[in-house]
Design a protein around this ligand. Structure first.
Ligand SMILES: Nc1ncnc2c1ncn2[C@@H]1O[C@H](COP(=O)(O)OP(=O)(O)OP(=O)(O)O)[C@@H](O)[C@H]1O
Length: 310
């Protein structure tokens, strides 16, 4: 049995097509990162997988049943972007309440511990900071010991240390063989956590596979170096992406090219002094930009680099 099976999922809001025909089959134990820019349709997709939002078209099955079935809901945990809990209750009381709904649950203290909220357990929700409230949402999502866990941009309000902790807890949870689907627009949050990445933009899936496979969808390399080459010489290089300290005698330069060899040959054949040379193959970030058409953003950067050299 698949953990999640969605076919032809579509959702419109008036004229806006938020989700435009998504097919997604997730097996138990997979950790899927739904990666996409703002407005890509990630939240709407998660809401439909949760049975909270009715699809305009398409079907969803979770753990072999309807996502709206009580028995299915009891085995699903969700951390959404804005979960409201009664401000007058303490964090522990809220987790307790949600735990009482689940036939199988973990102790409240353990859920709070996994969310690093133990020391704030007896604070009222209204007294928690934004990040602490987000961690409370994580504790709520975990208390029912779910088989399927959805996390919608779970680290948005968290500081760096809290982010690291949260991903450690997610990885430990996934290591138990549970299914996790999370949304993010932060590439750093794909690496090391997701076993699979689904790149989504304008309501459609653009790529779906292991992070390594998605990265391989784009060819190319990034060349970083420091040089005293003239502005004219730099301007003639292909794939110029950024120039640091354009007015200085020595500049840090980044190029993105399909084939690094001709660019390197041009550079090294010139009289310019080149140091700190680093060539790296295309990253997941490059793949993401290429797939989502955020290449426009790249073009803008290049233009800025060229303008900086003028
Ligand atoms: N309730 C709604 N009413 C009208 N339009 C909506 C509604 N919810 C979402 N949309 C629109 O649907 C599109 C997809 O939104 P969604 O929130 O699913 O994207 P997202 O990928 O989660 O974005 P973000 O990263 O910014 O949270 C957007 O254009 C959004 O404005």
């Amino acid at each position: 049995m698949h953990a999640i099976e969605a076919h032809g999922l579509r959702r419109t809001f008036g004229d806006v097509v938020a989700v435009d025909g998504i097919d997604l089959v997730v097996e138990p134990g997979e950790v899927v990162a739904m990666l996409g820019p703002n407005g890509a349709g990630k939240t709407t997709t998660i809401e439909m997988l949760l049975g909270m939002r009715t699809p305009t078209a398409g079907t969803v099955t979770v753990l072999g049943g309807e996502p709206t079935d009580r028995a299915v809901r009891a085995r699903v945990g969700a951390m959404l972007q804005d979960t409201d809990a009664p401000g007058s209750l303490t964090a522990a009381e809220v987790v307790d309440l949600v735990g009482a709904y689940h036939p199988v649950r973990i102790p409240t203290a353990l859920a709070l511990e996994r969310a690093d909220l133990t020391e704030h357990a007896h604070k009222r929700v209204s007294q928690l900071s934004g990040g602490q409230r987000q961690r409370l949402s994580f504790a709520i999502a975990m208390v029912g010991d779910p088989d399927v866990l959805y996390l919608d941009e779970p680290t948005a309000a968290l500081d760096v240390a809290a982010r690291v902790e949260l991903w450690e807890h997610v990885r430990a949870f996934a290591a138990l063989g549970r299914t996790v689907v999370y949304s993010t627009h932060n590439l750093a949050e794909v690496k090391g956590t997701a076993s699979r990445v689904v790149v989504i933009d304008r309501g459609r899936i653009l790529a779906d596979g292991a992070p390594e496979d998605v990265r391989r969808l784009v060819e190319g390399a990034t060349i970083a170096l420091t040089t005293d080459a003239s502005a004219t010489a730099l301007g003639a290089l292909p794939g110029l992406r950024s120039v640091e300290d354009p007015g200085g005698a020595v500049r840090a330069v980044v190029l993105h090219v399909t084939d690094p060899v001709p660019a390197l040959r041009t550079l090294l054949a010139s009289d310019a002094h080149v140091s700190a040379l680093e060539v790296t193959e295309a990253s997941l970030e490059d793949a993401f930009f290429a797939l989502t058409g955020s290449a426009h953003a790249d073009a803008r950067t290049t233009q800025t680099a060229e303008e900086a050299l003028r």
